[in-house]
Design a protein around this ligand. Structure first.
Ligand code: NAD
Length: 244
């Protein structure tokens, strides 16, 4: 059994049939339209998600995919960090003892847009930093949350590797989902998202990200651990050819 958070929409909704096509049973976790309904933005909701998955898998989970997330246009930027970072990491750690094979967290190309040394989440100072962030607070909260998520994954490689459970992130660029549509419609961020170009001149498709996630969960990725895979049509290489 493989648990997928954010299974009701976008990338998560594409991961579910891709896993089923490989013969896996899937436990969906989301605010709605899922076997386990839970709000990953609150401590109670995270515990409900962990308990609900453990209940359904009988304490032994083959894989985990963390897709649930909020975009930069979300009105409350604190909630972006609570869902994208704390929600993801708490579920990851809560299900780790039950995991048998691998987990994949969906980070973002935005994770590379801030350095950990400059990320206020590293010092628990995000509330104060957001109060000073002006109209870019949603974008900053998003980049900080995804940078912190990727750092959290990379920081767990020793413990998870010793337990025989692989852990990786995928970092999409712009992918055609309701989250992207929400950002494009926001007058504060729409132009910046439109100006984020990819050498492959289109948005990514949820099924393309799902295919990478299925690969990372499977036996052909048996030596892939602690890696972040950009899936961005070449944007990162275009912007930062000498940094990787
Ligand atoms: P989406 O809005 O289509 O799907 C997100 C899902 O997460 C929804 O089903 C939503 O209900 C769920 N969710 C949101 N808040 C939740 C909460 N508090 N508790 C439980 N579930 C919650 O978005 P998407 O584009 O498919 O995003 C999936 C992941 O991909 C997110 O983590 C997002 O940050 C990341 N991502 C998306 C893009 C993009 O361009 N679409 C780019 C980079 C990264």
């Amino acid at each position: 059994m493989i648990a997928v958070t954010g299974s009701a929409s976008g990338i998560g909704a594409a991961v579910v049939p891709a896993l089923r096509a490989e013969g896996h049973d899937v436990i969906g976790v989301d605010l709605r339209d899922a076997q386990v309904r839970a709000d990953l933005g609150t401590p109670d909701g995270r515990q409900r998600a962990i308990d609900g998955v453990l209940d359904r898998c009988g304490g032994s989970l083959e894989g985990l995919v963390l897709c649930a997330g909020l975009g930069p246009h979300t009105p409350d930027p604190v909630r972006i960090i609570e869902v994208n970072y704390r929600g993801a990491v708490t579920v990851l750690d809560g299900l780790f003892p039950a995991l048998r094979t691998a987990a994949v967290a969906v980070s973002s190309s935005a994770s590379t847009m801030v350095r950990w040394a400059d990320n206020p989440i590293a010092r628990g100072e995000e509330a104060a930093a957001l109060a000073d962030a002006g109209e870019y607070r949603g974008q900053l909260a998003y980049a900080w949350s995804k940078n912190a998520l990727t750092v959290a994954v990379r920081s767990r490689v020793a413990e998870w590797g010793a337990a025989g459970v692989r852990l990786n992130t995928v970092a999409p660029g712009a992918v055609d989902t309701p989250l992207l549509a929400g950002g494009l419609a926001d007058p504060r961020y729409g132009d910046a998202i439109r100006n984020y170009r990819a050498p492959i001149p289109r948005h990514g498709r949820p099924a393309e990200v799902a295919a990478l996630i299925v690969y990372l969960l499977g036996p052909r990725a048996g030596y892939v651990h602690g890696a972040q895979f950009m899936i961005d049509g070449g944007s990162d290489a275009l912007m930062r050819p000498t940094e990787f």
